[in-house]
Design a protein around this ligand. Structure first.
Ligand code: NAD
Length: 492
């Protein structure tokens, strides 16, 4: 069965989702009728087009979210919870189709796309469970004159902006807690991968999310439209996932209106392997931390530091595994490494690899752009990568594993912290004491200790330093980003 048949069978017709902004529960064209082409990164071919929203459309989306706000805020938590639970169930039912859609527009391998849909759906299940457990506080003032009541209220209308690398999960990681908290939202997904966001929008209405509670708009002018939405006094929250550069611009703009911001920004994760690590487990972990989404992940291992005693065995094992990966279109069942999102992304990887080689790195496998249609870069392992190389300081966002050798624990921690970012880090050692010591020495919001994957809706996701502000998921953390505390002093 081909993709089109599969999508038609499940009621997911790409063409249907290709023709509407989703505002106030209705599908509509942009006010000036302009469209954005959606490209298949495995071929470079245009596969669909979505509306290019204007300032007028953004204003309509805010208006729709404002109109729906009171009703949703007053909807009983139990009811909100049941609707979120239904979103989870529908995503699970449609998971194969959604995975195909992600593989098609993002390019990631189907197995990664399936993993993403499962992860994305879990945000609905988790927040359905959390929605009925939002509590307040009650106490006596130290002076004894009054009681202190703290109530948590929905923060208001939220603008949510997401990147292309996880088209489903980055959206549900924001939408689910916002809805659980009682907020209405406008989602602006990346224009490279809008089809998944629109397919999910159709699913929310089917699950019972009232019109206007979730609105979705795509645009090629994200700056002006976002600035206009932030200037509307009804908008009280900006939740952004994307690059640190854009995050800084948005923080500066939000400051003008004193709007609450959550910022999930870039990463530069170190992956540290000590001599006493279980070699096979470290290699398994490195393959996941490096190659999930072909390296296009904010948590991707960007720098691999290996202690001298295990260095050669690790480098040899990793290059054998990387070289064996099957490269191809994400929609092919046997693909293990799909294309990059754009030609520009491939060119950036190429620049970083050439720079590392010029500074003395040795190519163990891969190392140059593949001569084929689409935006492919082969799985690559480099050893003897200089800590001064550009790739040690910039996000590679591709299937390149740079290895640098170290001798002592202190040196590993110093290498790990030699970056402006602080999102994720990985440590492999059999010595739990050392693992905990190094984990506390590394400046990062999340640590994988003998694990290559840490993302979990039940745990707080986010970074320190230039990797962002705030947390998504976890007990209370994710929902708290969408709530405001109201303190009531009571005398009785
Ligand atoms: P990006 O910053 O270019 O774009 C992210 C989103 O912001 C897109 O929707 C884009 O259209 C929009 N945008 C761009 N300019 C804007 C502007 N001036 N005003 C408002 N919106 C604007 O990032 P990207 O290339 O799509 O994604 C990759 C980046 O995202 C990487 O840096 C990666 O590390 C980061 N990321 C972080 C996390 C996390 O949870 N910390 C998760 C995924 C991706």
């Amino acid at each position: 069965m081909n993709l089109a048949q599969q999508i038609d069978q499940d009621g997911y017709d790409v063409r249907r989702f290709s023709h509407g902004l989703y505002i106030g529960g209705m599908w509509r064209p942009s006010s000036d009728g302009r469209l954005i082409d959606v490209v298949d990164p495995s071929s470079g071919a245009v596969i669909a087009a979505v509306p290019d929203a204007t300032l007028e459309d953004a204003a309509a989306a805010v208006k729709a979210a404002a109109r729906a706000a009171k009703g949703w805020r007053e909807t009983a938590p139990r009811k909100r919870s049941e609707i979120l639970r239904r979103c989870f169930e529908l995503m699970v039912e449609r998971s194969e189709t959604l995975a195909m859609l992600i593989a098609l527009e993002n390019g990631k391998a189907l197995r990664d796309a399936r993993g993403e849909v499962a992860y994305a759906a879990e945000f609905f299940r988790w927040n359905a469970e959390e929605a009925v457990r939002i509590t307040g506080e009650f106490g006596t003032a130290p002076s004894g004159t009054n009681r202190i009541v703290v109530d948590y209220e929905p923060i208001g209308i939220c603008v949510l902006i997401t990147p292309w690398n996880f088209p489903a999960a980055m959206a549900t990681r924001k939408i689910a807690p916002a809805l659980a908290a009682g907020c209405t939202v406008i989602l602006k997904p990346a224009s490279e991968t809008p089809l998944t966001a629109y397919a999910l929008a159709a699913l929310y209405s089917e699950a019972g999310v009232p019109a206007g509670v979730v609105n979705v708009i795509t645009t090629t002018s994200p700056g002006p439209l976002t600035f206009a939405m932030l200037a509307d006094p009804r908008v009280r929250k900006l939740s952004f996932t994307g690059s640190t550069g854009v995050g800084r611009t948005l923080l500066a703009e939000a400051a003008k209106h004193v709007i609450s911001c959550s910022m999930e920004l870039g990463g530069n994760a170190p992956f540290v392997v000590f001599d006493d690590a279980d070699l096979d487990a470290a290699l398994d972990g490195a393959m996941i931390a490096k190659m999930r989404n072909a390296g296009e992940a904010c948590t991707a291992a960007n720098r691999i530091y290996v202690q001298s005693g295990i260095h050669d065995a690790f480098a040899d094992g990793l290059s054998k595994r990387m070289a064996a990966l099957k490269v191809g279109a994400g929609t092919n069942a046997d693909t293990e490494c799909g294309p990059m999102i754009t030609r520009k992304a491939v060119d950036k990887i190429d620049r970083l690899v050439k720079d590392a080689i010029e500074r003395g790195a040795k190519v163990l496998c891969g190392g140059s752009i593949l001569d084929r249609e689409g935006f492919f870069y082969p799985p690559t392992v480099l050893s003897a990568v200089s800590p001064e190389a550009d790739m040690a300081h910039e996000e590679i966002f591709g299937p390149v594993a740079p290895i640098t050798m170290f001798e002592a624990e202190d040196q590993a921690i110093a290498y790990a912290n030699d970056t402006e970012y602080g999102l994720a880090a990985y440590i492999y050692t059999r010595d739990v004491g050392r693992g905990m010591r190094v984990a506390s020495g590394i400046e990062a919001g999340m640590i994988g200790l003998n694990r290559g994957l840490m993302s979990d809706p039940a745990a707080p996701f986010g970074g320190v330093k230039q990797s962002g502000l705030g947390r998504e998921g976890g007990q209370h953390h994710g929902i708290a980003e969408f709530m405001e505390a109201k303190y009531i002093a009571v005398t009785f």
